[in-house]
Design a protein around this ligand. Structure first.
Ligand SMILES: [Zn+2]
Length: 476
């Protein structure tokens, strides 16, 4: 039997506005519990919410970046449910008229580009946060209550965990580019619900959709999808079906666990929020926001391929984060050699950032400093291997390439007289290798070059060494 997996995602993204969505409390992560609160975000009687313009603007930015249609008239609705971290007894959200309708994002698959369509994007307030104390009590912190969120709802267009991961990655990169969210999953600014079922492609039998709530890592999303795929298929094979239910991912057990049977939207008794009048959105404002958007990752990638003659893969890596793409282009202002710069960033620079688990903007490497190092390499003052060592030292000490090269005496030896002395010495110490080479064992050359590099403390000019070594052997 063959099965097709059907996946839709609902992604909650916290917007990094200055204030909360309906009051003037600061929108900051953390802080001592219940210090960023006021009567409005606590929902005290008589407090009136006012929609924050910046929150709506950030939402619209995301809507435009995701190719959606921005509504001309929006209203806010109350989603009624009782929960301890929701003091009002309802959450202000959007029900039937979201601020953004439709839209799509494209993901790159091995066999081409795939369009993942969006159902809608709406805006709403975040709830408070509850934690459980060791004594068994529940602690409530309302600093997060009223933080602006957008909820991106996709159509069920994804068919594998990998596609879901690529989509989330694209969504996260784009949101970061346009600067509306810091998209830190570990701080909860990006949370994801997965809707999943499978269909038997021969019989058309479908499993019921399960919803997995509040996944807070890419790894969690992938593992939960893979677990559910298997669970649904196993049930269908047994002639049974999965329940329509809400589940959560248990990281330690490595499985999804049922939370509750799924209720319909009617359970929420949605009603228009009487405190917030409908808001008209002017075309001019939408245009203004559209014009304020930076170049988006996909467009930038295309430009990098065309302008800098980079491969599709290299351009993709270099435009993965806005900061990395800026670092690349800034380095080119100091050294006009896109191939050399991209090779070094994609190689030793990214490797180091990965090892240190930091982003380029948090490292002490600057475009100017990297360019200085690459100029030394391009001009043959130091060789590639020395360059790698110097770069490492630059990361560790913040010293300039010039300083490190001078302090350690690393200038490449390109003087033929000096090189000849080193080569002759190595040859006289390795007569056997010369004989081997003359008997057709080409590998002997590699060994000799290694000895010469070692004897020059890595400073010999490798091209010159190769050329002179052959000449000097043949003279013997
Ligand atoms: Zn407040």
């Amino acid at each position: 039997m063959t099965y097709k997996t059907i996946i839709g995602l609902e992604i909650h993204v916290e917007l990094m506005t200055k204030h909360k969505i309906f009051c003037n409390c600061p929108n900051e992560f953390g802080g001592e519990a219940n210090t960023h609160v006021c009567p409005v975000c606590l929902g005290l009687p008589g407090a009136l919410p006012v929609l924050d313009k910046e929150a709506l603007e950030y939402g619209i930015k995301a809507g435009i970046a995701f190719n959606g249609k921005i509504s001309k008239l929006i209203k806010m609705d109350r989603k009624n449910y009782y929960y301890s971290d929701l003091t009002k007894g309802y959450q202000i959200s959007q029900n039937d008229i979201p601020f953004c309708d439709g839209g799509y994002l494209e993901i790159e698959l091995e066999d081409g580009t795939k369009k993942v369509n969006l159902e809608r994007i709406h805006i709403e307030e975040d709830t408070g946060k509850q934690t459980h104390s060791e004594e068994g009590g529940t602690l409530l912190d309302f600093n997060r209550a009223g933080v602006p969120l957008i909820e991106v709802v996709t159509k069920p267009d994804m068919n594998s965990a990998e596609e879901a991961r690529l989509f989330l990655d694209k969504l996260r990169t784009t949101l970061k580019y346009i600067g509306v969210s810091n998209v830190k999953m570990e701080e909860g600014s990006l949370r994801c619900d997965v809707n999943i079922n499978v269909v038997n492609t021969e019989t058309g039998t479908k499993s019921n959709i399960a919803e997995i709530k509040n996944l807070n890592s890419f790894k969690g999303v992938v593992k939960a999808i893979e677990f559910e795929e298997k669970r649904h298929i196993e049930l269908l094979e047994l002639g049974r079906n999965s329940e329509r239910e809400t589940r959560r991912w248990d990281e330690t057990k490595g499985e999804t666990i049922i939370m509750r049977k799924k209720g319909g939207a009617s359970d929420y008794r949605f009603a228009e929020d009487g405190d917030i009048p409908p808001i008209k959105i002017a075309d001019e404002w939408i245009e203004e926001i559209r014009n304020s958007l930076p170049e988006l990752p996909h467009a930038k990638k295309e430009r990098f391929i065309n302008d800098y003659d980079l491969s599709d893969y290299d351009a993709g890596v270099l435009t993965q984060s806005k900061e990395l793409s800026i670092f690349f282009e800034d380095t080119l202002k100091y050294i006009d050699d896109s191939k050399l710069v991209s090779n070094w960033i994609m190689g030793d620079v990214l490797r180091r950032l990965n090892d240190d688990e930091i982003e380029i903007e948090d490292s002490n490497l600057t475009p100017n400093a990297l360019a200085d190092l690459l100029v030394l390499i391009r001009d043959g003052k130091i060789n590639n291997n020395t360059g790698k060592k110097v770069l490492k030292e630059m990361f560790d000490t913040e010293k300039s390439a010039d300083t490190i090269v001078k302090e350690k005496g690393l200038i490449q030896i390109s003087d033929e007289g000096a090189l000849k002395e080193i080569i002759e010495k190595v040859l006289s110490e390795n007569e056997q290798s010369i004989i081997d080479y003359k008997n057709g064992k080409d590998r002997a050359i590699g060994f000799l070059v290694g000895q010469i590099m070692k004897s020059s403390k890595g400073k010999a000019n490798p091209q010159l060494v190769n050329k002179m070594l052959l000449e000097l052997i043949n003279e013997r």
